[in-house]
Design a protein around this ligand. Sequence first.
Ligand code: ATP
Length: 447
Amino acid sequence: MDELVSLCKRRGFVFQSGENYGGLQGVYDYGPLGVELKNNLKNAWWSSMVFERDDIEGLDAAILSKKEVFKYSGHEETFSDPLVDCKTCKSRWREDLVVDKKCPGCGSGDLTEARPFNLMFKTPVGPVESEEGFAYLRPETAQHIFTSFKNVQDSTARQIPFGIAQIGKAFRNEINPRNFIFRLREFEQMELEYFVKPGEDESALDYWCEQRLLWWKKQGIRSSSLETYDVPKDELAHYSKKTIDIMYRFPHGLEELEGIANRTDFDLGSHTKNQKDLLLSAQVTENEESTMRLAAQDLEAKTWYVPYVIEPSAGVDRGVLAVLNEAFAVENVGEGKERTVLKLKPHLSPIKAAVIPLKKNKEELVMLAKEIKQGLQSLGIGRVFLENTGNIGKAYRRHDEVGTPICITVDFDSLENQTVTIRDRDTMEQKTVGISELQQLYISALK
Ligand code: ATP
């Protein structure tokens, strides 16, 4: 983990947020390369969920949430971790971190009994602060998918089964944020809520487990780094009938990367019931169809039912950590020398290609390199970088370390013969190719 954290800082992937003021615990900033990697991972998810399928719609709902949403979802009552206080050093711990009834900080045995600590952040809304006038920062993106269910369904004329996908920030006031970007207070989730008829939920859960494992493998995660964990009944979240966690071998151990839960009709059912109360109080009669706003109609049987939902929910930050960890390698390159290389899948690489003029002060070389860069950039695959530092060896090392799949060197032959040298990140092989072939080669290398 230390090597990864150091690489992330040195090369501009991830920084501690507010570092110059001592850092805000559990909050990180993504730097110039981190933002590209993170966006690429999110785009790969969005593409596989929304673009490559015909049964899923997207949503980008608000982060601030009416408190009723998280009251009726059950989070106000149950979304808590057991908290233990150390009376000696005044530190606070999640109960599972306390071993042998000793404070993990100072070793004292003078601890309080565990008590529930709600993980939701509250924030005042409007100019007057009051007990009542607050909103929650959502602790999961899912709830607004449920409260927007009817709007999405009405506006798209979808029939069950169909899904709603969303990527966005979530906030949890974790008692002990730790392990770099693994456990954060501000993080991002990629969540799909896939609605099915009751009775079709169990096969849908199996289906989504398979799909999600396949997807992580496409992001470069080896099968041997992944495991599934059938969460025992007494550890299930309040809404879940069954949950399978996809576990990844993180540098600090085997932990959850994604959870796939059968949330049954718990959420839509609860919002339907409570929305009905609200509608009734606004004098809408109980018989009106609008009281079933979150229900779906069985067209054949002409009855209404509340759909069940299967939820694959993945952490973006845990995903970034996993793909970085998987790609990270230190290789012996002969003569007692080593190189650090990130063998990221090309679609995830922050920089797709570096174009390097052999000499930084040679105007013709730089001009041609710029032209080549613009040509590749216009293909719209991702960021192409003009590396005009004039030290080819250092440039190769830097781009190995940040996972750039190919380097293209522009030298004096380029001016005379219209050729460039392409270097492959993984094999380090170099070959001379014509500039006219370059775009095609670039497209196939990036596949
Ligand atoms: P954990 O048991 O690790 O606290 P969880 O079971 O509470 O996780 P879920 O509520 O299922 O997590 O959230 C879905 C996904 O969101 C998780 O699989 C994880 O990838 C991500 N996630 C949850 N909490 C955090 C956090 N504090 N920091 C970063 N990612 C998180």
